[in-house]
Ligand binder design. Structure first.
Ligand SMILES: [Fe+2]
Ligand SMILES: [Fe+2]
Length: 260
C-alpha cells in the first residue's frame, strides 16, 4: 500500500503547484491513496466544496485539515463531506469527523487528523489520550496520522508514543519540510513536517513585505499570501508494506538565484 501525502497546499499558488506537479509525481510514484492537507487550500484559508469535488475527480482521496478547519463561514458543511477529516481532538459536538477509513484491495486504511497543543491557540483535548481512544475504536489494516502541530518536541514525543501502534505519522502546519524522514524502531514511518506546496519565497506562504513589517513593528495584522515568484511542491511517499518513506521536494529556481 503506497500513500502519497501532499503537504499544506497554500491558497492559489499552492493550487498552481498542484496543477503543475501532481500528475508527474503521481505518474512516478504510483500511489494507491492520495491525501492532501487542505486547511489552507482555498483563498482566505480552509477548504471549499468546489475544490473538494474538483480534487476528488483528479485523484485525491482524502483531505486532512488543521487549525484553519473552521476558518470559513461554510466550514460545517465542508467538514461534513465524506472524505474530509478535521482534527479529532476538538470537543464533543464539533462538526465533521476526526478520521475516515478507506478500502483498497481488501485492505482498510484509516486516516486520522490531530492538532498539537504546544504554541497553538485552540484549547483542544490532549492528542495523546485522544489517539488512545481512537485506536480502541478502529480496526484497520493500516493507520496513517496527520499531526498538525508547531513543535518538533511534541511531534517526536507523540511519534515514540505511537511507534508500533500505527503505520505512519506525518507532521504538517509549519510549512517547512524537515529532512528527518525515518522508519521508527517498531516500524512507524515518520517525518516531522511534510512542508508546504505553494510559493517558494514567501514567509511560509505569506506576503514578504507585510510579514517583515509585522515582525519589525510587532503590530499584529492579517496575513495575505505572497503571489510572486517560483513554486514548490512538498510531499512524502509512504510505502506501508516495505516500511519506506520518501521525501518529495520539487523546488523551482528563482531567476536571480546563484548556482554552485
Ligand atoms: Fe497550513
Ligand atoms: Fe496550520
Amino acid at each position: 500500500m503506497r500513500v502519497l501525502f501532499i503537504g499544506d497546499i497554500y491558497m492559489e499558488r499552492g493550487r498552481e503547484a498542484f496543477d503543475r506537479y501532481f500528475a508527474v509525481v503521481k505518474q512516478r510514484t504510483k500511489p494507491h491513496i492520495v491525501i492532501v492537507n487542505g486547511e489552507n487550500i482555498a483563498n482566505n484559508n480552509g477548504l471549499t466544496e468546489a475544490i473538494y469535488k474538483d480534487y476528488l475527480t483528479r485523484g485525491v482521496h482524502v483531505f486532512t485539515m488543521g487549525n484553519h478547519a473552521f476558518s470559513r463561514k461554510d466550514a460545517n458543511e465542508v467538514l461534513n463531506m465524506d472524505y474530509v477529516v478535521r482534527p479529532a481532538n476538538y470537543g464533543e459536538g464539533t462538526p465533521g469527523k476526526g478520521y475516515v477509513t478507506l478500502q483498497f484491495n481488501q485492505k482498510t486504511v484509516t486516516i486520522i487528523n490531530l492538532l498539537g497543543r504546544v504554541f497553538m491557540r485552540d484549547p483542544i483535548d490532549n492528542p495523546f489520550t485522544v489517539m488512545d481512544r481512537i485506536l480502541t475504536e478502529i480496526k484497520s489494516d493500516y493507520v496513517v496520522l496527520d499531526f498538525h502541530a508547531e513543535a518538533t518536541s511534541e511531534k517526536y514525543a507523540l511519534a515514540h508514543y505511537l511507534d508500533g501502534r500505527i503505520d505512519a505519522m506525518v507532521g504538517t502546519h509549519t510549512h517547512v519540510q524537515t529532512a528527518d524522514e525515518i522508519c521508527f524502531p517498531k516500524g512507524m514511518l515518520y517525518i516531522s513536517d511534510v512542508g508546504m506546496s505553494g510559493v517558494r519565497f514567501g514567509i511560509i506562504g505569506g506576503e514578504v513585505k507585510q510579514g517583515i513589517r509585522k515582525f519589525v513593528t510587532g503590530v499584529p495584522e492579517r496575513v495575505f499570501p505572497e503571489n510572486n515568484g517560483p513554486l514548490q511542491f512538498s510531499a512524502v511517499l509512504l510505502d506501508l508494506e516495505q516500511k519506506k518513506i520518501e521525501r518529495i521536494a520539487i523546488q523551482e529556481q528563482y531567476e536571480g538565484e546563484l548556482h554552485g
